[in-house]
Ligand binder design. Sequence first.
Ligand SMILES: [Fe+2]
Length: 288
Amino acid sequence: MTARKFDITEQVLKSMKPANARFGVVMSALVRHLHDFVREVELEEAELMAAIEFLTKAGQICTAKRQEFVLLSDTLGVSILVDAINNRLPESATQQTVLGPYYWKGAPELPMGSDLARGVIGEPCFYSGTMLTLDDGPIEGAVLDIWSGDGEGNYDMQLGSDEMRARGRLATGPDGKYWFRSIKPFYYPVPTDGPVGSMLAAMGRHPNRPRHIHFIVSASGYKSIVTHLFPSDGPYLDSDVVFGVKQGLIVDFKRHEPGMAPTGEQVDVPFWTCEYDFRLVRGEQRAA
Ligand SMILES: [Fe+2]
């Protein structure tokens, strides 16, 4: 009697009758890599149980405003890798980065020049620039969906607020220009009270993100982009816990003594300005 070849990976792959070709490609690769991983580390039974408990806890801690699996994907570098594969933009275009867990759909539509902070703590900052095509033409009707934490790095939803803070949507006019007031963003740790926080600690990693303000920029006839701007000062630019920093998104914020802001308003404390021109690629607009 000939010995029967017992290859569990082959058996799993053969058992599949995928619903569609792409699902078959993804699942068969997942099974092969997962089995190779288990073989490489010779996974112990207790380690498998620990992994199952980790994923169970990740699911249990998720709420409408807390997404531990996004955090897991971000902190393992998977989100930014998927972005890199799916958004190969020309070098001269504004680059994408991670969405992050604090996007809140439906920010108020505000007139250009508005103060998004509206009393949120933090150093005042005046943002301005132009929405441009890759050949430097202005883009009319581009919408900036903007959000950031406060000057201590806390987002409204983390503070249990039902009211949006430091968020807003602005649309450009024929000259493509945008300008608004908010605060200079602060660095902050990602949530560390869940299983991802424990994972980071066990890996010997800090949980911090550098200072940044978020944007989703969209315009009819152009590819929408999810991105940040990072002030060039402050810690963690070279060790962002979600690997979201890209050189072209780092901006020198300029500090000013109290006085007249670019909007013409008088500011009685030191303030900052940030100038950045967004460059969009023609193409299909994705739903934000
Ligand atoms: Fe953020």
